[in-house]
Design a protein around this ligand. Structure first.
Ligand code: KMH
Ligand code: ZN
Length: 273
């Protein structure tokens, strides 16, 4: 089995300091959280950015400021900026970080419910996102929130509408209104990815570590972080993203899976060294 790539989704667009005071908003706070996750063992950091007051933004300038500041501290980390942004943003708004030519970025694989809201990813939007990533040589992390998202994006890759093999999927399970975070659902998704693909599991809320443990033994990779879950254990807020990553490292070590460095993660994901 390959070593385990841990991704930290440090910020997200929806969680707030009211829910957990360690949620980062400012550039300094985003750097602090990225570094805590990296120091604990995360090879990859998935980022959203905020205004200083916490308002989610997809501003290219704000992304550049945060990316530069993170890379100054931890130059070899793999950064995956979000093109999902926050519910309600336009495609053009969401695409801004792709203008910075990151090595990877998220590409969301279909419209879905998102709690009380609808997260819109129509076919024309996804074609535009795929075209941009092909043009700018960005490897997508394909975010699947629903079972049907996998078939949709694999068909698009076959038609050349989005980047193809080797594909990296992130199965985000347990968003209210979407596919539940069960091992059965994860196993179905993993069985249906094209050969040679890599995959990560993200369990939302209380399923963060249970789905992560399943991914560890199934040979996948794991994402944790404040974007997905604010608690280290039942009723106890996590002090940092690093604390969440440390817990995954402990589980992985107990199960005999070693942790990938950023260089090893680049090789596993098929990224240039
Ligand atoms: N904030 C969610 C609506 C992504 O980063 O690509 C979408 C999201 C997905 O977080
Ligand atoms: Zn995200």
């Amino acid at each position: 089995m390959e070593k385990l790539i841990i991704t930290a989704a440090i910020c997200g667009a929806e969680v707030t300091k009211e829910q957990n005071p360690a949620v980062p908003y400012t550039v300094e706070e985003i750097v602090r959280e990225a570094k805590s996750a990296y120091d604990a063992g995360a090879a990859v950091v998935h980022i959203h950015v905020r205004e200083d007051d916490g308002t989610p933004t997809q501003s290219k300038e704000r992304f550049k400021e945060c990316i530069d500041a993170i890379l100054k501290e931890i130059p070899d980390v793999i950064l995956i900026p979000s093109t999902g942004g926050a519910v309600g943003m336009t495609a053009e708004e969401r695409l801004q970080p792709t203008e910075l030519f990151p090595e990877m970025a998220t590409l969301d694989c279909g419209t879905c419910n998102f709690g009380d809201e609808v997260f819109e990813n129509t076919m024309p939007m996804m074609r535009a996102f795929g075209k941009r990533m092909i043009e700018n040589n960005i490897k997508p992390e394909y975010e699947c929130f629903e079972m049907g998202h996998l078939d949709t994006i694999v068909r698009m890759a076959k038609k050349g509408e989005v980047p193809g093999a080797p594909m990296q999927f992130n199965f985000v399970l347990g968003v209210p209104g979407c596919t539940p975070a069960t091992v059965e659902n994860l196993a179905w998704l993993v069985r249906n990815i094209p050969e040679g693909s890599t995959w990560t599991a993200t369990g939302i809320g209380r399923s963060e570590f249970t789905l992560g443990a399943a991914a560890i033994v199934m040979g996948g990779h794991v994402r944790v972080g404040f974007e997905d879950n604010l608690y280290i254990s039942k009723g106890v807020l996590a002090k940092s993203n690093g604390e969440l990553v440390e817990k995954v490292v402990r589980i992985a070590k107990e199960l005999g899976r070693e942790i990938a460095t950023p260089a090893e993660a680049r090789r596993i994901l098929g990224l240039p060294a």
